[in-house]
Every structure is written in structure tokens, then in C-alpha cells.
Design a protein. Structure first.
Length: 134
């Protein structure tokens, strides 16, 4: 698949729908996007974007039974793509260092008490795992 940074906001929106549905036709994605985004989105636009995602290797398609429609499925999991996108963002914006990102989030007060507690839990779990392996 193309690197995650090459996913445009529209492509990512389509991928999120396909991940949620598991497999989807262009009509499925079109209907969800129109309902959730409440904008007039042309079917042909969604079709073109899904073809581009297929060319990029983000989606694969198969004939949907006897129908003329194709059913698309993601090639990579949402978690894999998110990890790649975050890694690319940290590399590009913070020169590969995660600490300035976390410091920025904390300073910007975008972390709730439950967010901070979850981060502490994740760090403790990572430390325990590293201790076992090391």
C-alpha cells in the first residue's frame, strides 16, 4: 500500500467507512458518507476515490456475487494505517521525537483526567513488558 501520508482527507473518510463495514460497495460508502457528512457527494466521486484507493493498494475488490457491483475490502487494518500515519506525522513535525508531541498535548490542555490516566496505564504496561523482555 502507498504510505499513509498519501491518504487524503477524503480517502481517509472512505477508508473509515470501509473499516467500519468490513466490506462495502461504492453505494454503501456513498450512502454512509452522505448520511454522516450531510453534504451532496456525487456517487461518481466516491467511485473515483475508491478506484484510486485500489490503485494505491489500500483497497482490494471482488465481484459481488451475480451483481455488477464490486465489493471492496481494506488491505490493511485501521490500526496499521493509523500507526503509520502517526509515525509519519511525528517524523515530519517533531523530527521523530514523541516527547514534544506529548508535551504539546499536555500544555494545550487537550488531555482530560481520564486521558492522562489511560496514558499512565499504557506507559506502565509498556514498562512492564520491556522489563520482561529485557
Amino acid at each position: 500500500m502507498a504510505t499513509a501520508q498519501s491518504l487524503t482527507p477524503q480517502e481517509l473518510a472512505i477508508m473509515k467507512v470501509v473499516w467500519r463495514l468490513g466490506t462495502a460497495t461504492v453505494r454503501d460508502v456513498h450512502d454512509v458518507l452522505r448520511r454522516e457528512r450531510r453534504e451532496d457527494l456525487a456517487y461518481t466521486t466516491v467511485l473515483t476515490m475508491m478506484r484510486i484507493l485500489e490503485q494505491k493498494g489500500a483497497l482490494s475488490k471482488a465481484q459481488d456475487g451475480d451483481s455488477r457491483a464490486h465489493r471492496y475490502r481494506p488491505v490493511r487494518t485501521q490500526r496499521q494505517v493509523m500507526r503509520s500515519m502517526v509515525r509519519e506525522f511525528v517524523d515530519r513535525v517533531f523530527d521523530g521525537a514523541a516527547e514534544p508531541l506529548v508535551a504539546h498535548l499536555v500544555a494545550d490542555r487537550r488531555l482530560s483526567a481520564s486521558d492522562r490516566e489511560e496514558i499512565r496505564r499504557l506507559l506502565d504496561a509498556k514498562d512492564a513488558k520491556d522489563d520482561k523482555e529485557g
